[in-house]
Design a protein around this ligand. Structure first.
Ligand SMILES: Cc1cc2nc3c(=O)[nH]c(=O)nc-3n(C[C@H](O)[C@H](O)[C@H](O)COP(=O)(O)O)c2cc1C
Length: 207
């Protein structure tokens, strides 16, 4: 029987090309590849990224009006993937500005097949001392709002990529994340159609 193709995309939102976040993502993606996934690592390092302008043109068109280096191609890759692992360093108790810019601009992914619905989503975060819970919590809310299926999250205290070599339990957790991503993608999770309509979360101020 032919294997079903599954694509897992790891995104590094670090401005460092070969930093800790990339090292973490490589381990997780390597395990996903061993589990049969087609994997890709995308780094925003060196790319020009603009934040969302709040113009709401995307409501009509399903496309973001900004044509910078990275985001249009990255949004395409996100839509084509079955699973996504977000990777961010912690900058002042949160995700990097690059991560936030891309995440905000996914508001444009609102017309099928350009949505993130049902995609499996894991996360990795690297930091020097404090703040990873805050960033991972924000990513968790995001996954719910975008109707994704949350997978594991792995965080680590890392100052240099070589630090990861000395952390066997963290390495194992990253491999497990990759395996889990592949296993969850194979399950073909799908929200019932009824729940695609309206916002993924509801505030009591909404009438
Ligand atoms: C501007 C800036 C802010 C940072 N803020 C924090 C922070 O709030 N908490 C923390 O633990 N580490 C902080 N760090 C350290 C990085 O999160 C840490 O070195 C991380 O592993 C870098 O990942 P990378 O190699 O993938 O870029 C900061 C680093 C920079 C450059």
């Amino acid at each position: 029987m032919r294997n079903i193709a599954m694509k897992i995309l790891g995104i590094s939102f670090s401005p460092r090309k070969n930093g800790n976040t990339v090292a973490m993502l490589k381990l997780a993606l390597g395990a996903a590849a061993k589990a049969g996934a087609e994997v890709e690592l995308y780094s925003v390092a060196g790319k020009r990224l603009e934040p969302c302008r709040g113009c709401w043109s995307c409501r009509e068109t399903g496309k973001c009006v900004i044509t910078d280096d990275a985001v249009p191609e990255l949004l395409e890759k996100m839509c084509a993937a079955d699973g996504i692992i977000f990777g961010t360093p912690i900058y002042f108790w949160g995700m990097t500005a690059q991560a936030k810019a891309v995440i905000d601009r996914t508001i444009s992914l609102n017309k099928p097949p350009h949505t993130l619905n049902n995609k499996v989503c894991g996360a990795v975060a690297s930091c020097g001392s404090l703040g990873m819970v805050d960033a991972l919590k924000d990513l968790s809310y995001y996954m719910v709002q975008r109707r994704m299926l949350p997978a594991n999250q792995v965080s680590a205290y890392l100052m240099e990529p070589t630090d990861l070599k000395k952390m066997p339990k963290c390495r194992e957790a990253l491999r497990l994340l990759g395996q889990q991503m592949a296993a969850l993608v194979k399950m073909k999770f799908k929200y019932p159609d009824k729940f695609y309509k309206g916002p993924g979360s509801f505030g009591t101020h909404t009438k």
